[in-house]
Write a new protein. Structure first.
Length: 488
């Protein structure tokens, strides 16, 4: 026989198991986005919470009766109301499961749906007949009817619903969710049967199958069996909730990975578009430079020769010699401007002699006469790399030096370092000028030069870093990873 203390522990564990299940499911219902799943989880969660509270109320009432405390009648009615409401919530879950999962019902489930109304009619008539012909209190009648007509069918419906959910999970290959739901269904099946063991009343079924006869037969209270089933149900639902949470996390990771892949693809497309734009721009510049050099330069040369012929043919005392001399000077200036324009559009040294020579020529021709003293240092073994990469590095150096003249407020020496590494090329331009805050928001068009330098570097897979600060000078560093091809 169980002692009074052990019985209280059984009731406490009984209530704790269902209350814990209710908490787990109510939390799970707040995380899911599926309306169908919310409709299934919340009634089951309410059942667990209320049923746990009912059992803890039972502990209080048992102790009060043992201590012979005179309790008000409404306490019993509150307990009955909580019990009834919990089973109504369980019935709602069963009805929702029937509507949602009926396509996954087994033949046994369909048999149960047919026999449940017959069962309810027979046991209901039995209890009502006993109430009409025997001395049964109204409270005992209601408690028995709640167990017979609400608890048993509701738990049976929960069994059918969870079994159908298990079948659907198996069909959708959501393993081991189907196993967890199957165990929960088995727990509710046993729990449904335990509700037949009510307190003894002079009714046909209740006089034979009741809590006292079960205890006499097995030596354990029916609440112990309900506690075990409650623990099985709670553990199964907890594992199901864990599975759903992991599944949700996996889905979020998959969505996040998909978004990252899309962003990465878009970034790759952006870089490829920028790369093609820069290549097209440089090709167009080279084409214009060639046309200027091949066509316009020849035209100017012919024009200059014709002027020289006129100077030799016309008499020297003629006043036209002054005009011809002026035209000859203008022709020379146009030729020089044409050469400078061709160089600006596309430095021929870059295509013919490579990046190192082009940088040296640029420093001497473009910046030395403007008062900027720049020193170029070459590290490593110079190698022939992709022409587009050489163009990008040249344009970055060109823009960086122009920025020094415009903004650095210094005529001190600027250091350029071109370093050839085994798998990359690095260009570093440093000055000791006024510096600036690289994180500041520039007002257009200021800042476009830096943005253009960065985009050019990124277009060939490189990256650019700017280190600067007020009165600290500026360092621009670009590194482009490439497989170098050694050669002349």
């Amino acid at each position: 026989m169980f002692s009074f203390e052990v019985l209280l522990i059984i009731y406490f564990a009984y209530g704790l198991s269902f209350f814990s299940m209710g908490l787990v499911l109510i939390l799970e219902s707040t995380r899911v986005s599926s309306l169908e799943l919310i409709r299934l989880l919340r009634p089951l969660a309410i059942f667990g919470l209320l049923h746990g509270i009912h059992e803890w109320l039972e502990i209080y009432l048992i102790q009060a009766r043992r201590l012979q405390v005179d309790l008000p009648t409404w306490m019993n009615w509150i307990q009955l109301t909580v019990l009834t409401t919990s089973f109504i919530a369980l019935a709602i879950y069963g009805i929702q499961a029937f509507k949602t999962l009926r396509d996954y019902f087994t033949p046994l489930a369909n048999f149960g749906m047919v026999t449940l109304p017959i069962y309810a009619l027979l046991v209901g008539a039995d209890v009502v007949w006993a109430y009409a012909n025997e001395s049964i209190s109204g409270y005992s009648l209601l408690v028995t009817l709640v167990r017979y007509l609400l608890a048993v069918p509701s738990a049976a419906l929960a069994t059918i619903g969870l079994n159908a959910a298990s079948t659907r999970a198996f069909a959708n290959r959501r393993i081991p969710l189907n196993v967890y739901l199957k165990w929960a269904a088995a727990g509710f099946a046993v729990y449904s049967l335990t509700q037949l063991f009510v307190s003894p009343i002079p009714a046909l079924l209740a006089s034979v199958v009741n809590a006292e006869s079960f205890r006499a037969l097995t030596g354990i209270p029916i609440q112990a069996v309900r506690t075990v089933t409650g623990i099985i149900i709670t553990i199964s639902m907890f594992q199901s909730a864990n599975f759903l949470e992991k599944e949700r996390q996996d889905e979020q990771k998959a969505v996040q990975k998909m978004r990252m892949d899309v962003l990465e693809h878009q970034e790759q497309l952006r870089k490829e578009l920028l790369r093609n734009t820069i290549r097209t721009q440089e090709e167009e510049r080279a084409r214009i430079a060639r046309e200027l050099h091949d066509e316009m330069a020849q035209t100017l040369t012919a024009f200059t020769l014709d002027i020289g012929t006129l100077q030799n043919v016309l008499p020297k005392d003629n006043g036209t010699h002054t005009i011809l001399d002026r035209l000859q000077n203008l022709s020379r200036q146009m030729s020089q401007s044409m050469v400078q324009m061709v160089y600006t559009l596309r430095p021929p040294h870059l295509d013919e002699l490579g990046l190192v020579t082009a940088l040296k020529y640029m420093l001497e021709q473009d910046f030395l006469h403007r008062g900027l003293r720049a020193r170029l240092e070459i590290k490593g073994d110079p190698a022939k790399v992709d022409p587009l990469i050489e163009t990008v590095l040249f344009r970055v150096a060109q823009e960086a030096l122009a920025n020094v003249l415009r903004h650095a407020e210094t005529k001190e020496e600027v250091d350029l370092c071109l370093e050839y590494k085994p798998e990359s090329v690095r260009l570093k331009i440093s000055d000791q000028g006024s510096g600036f805050d690289p994180d500041q928001a520039f007002v257009a068009p200021r800042g476009w030069g830096l943005a253009g330098m960065r985009e050019r570097a990124e277009s060939v897979g490189g990256n650019m870093q700017i280190k600067s600060g007020p009165a600290l000078g500026t360092t621009v560093e670009v590194e482009v990873p490439i497989p170098l091809q050694r050669g002349n």
